[in-house]
Design a protein. Structure first.
Length: 102
């Protein structure tokens, strides 16, 4: 399809969107897709963090001094969603925070 300048100007004056993004529904679907992917990622991250905490506690019970680092790493991994949401809010970027969905 070849579009000439005059037909492009006619569409603009008629109020028709030129680009597909201007039509509306694409942005909402994109945000919903990112929200779903974020929810799945946080689900796996939470489970991994809990297992990391558990293995760190097990290492401490066996006398390994590196178990404390495993517990701290597990807390950071499991709480990544809350930590990032808080950091975004602190720096005034709360509009960029997505709510994970499942």
């Amino acid at each position: 399809m070849i579009t000439t300048t005059s037909s492009l100007l006619a569409s603009l004056s008629a109020g028709k969107p030129i680009f597909a993004q201007a039509a509306g529904g694409g942005a909402a679907q994109l945000v919903q897709g990112f929200s779903l992917a974020l929810g799945v990622m946080f689900l796996f991250g939470f489970i991994w963090g809990v297992l990391k905490i558990w293995s760190g506690a097990n290492a401490i019970s066996k006398g390994d001094p590196d178990g404390k680092a495993g517990i701290i790493a597990g807390i950071i991994i499991a709480g990544a969603a809350a930590i990032m949401g808080a950091l975004f809010a602190i720096f005034g970027l709360s509009g960029g925070v997505l709510t994970p969905s499942f």
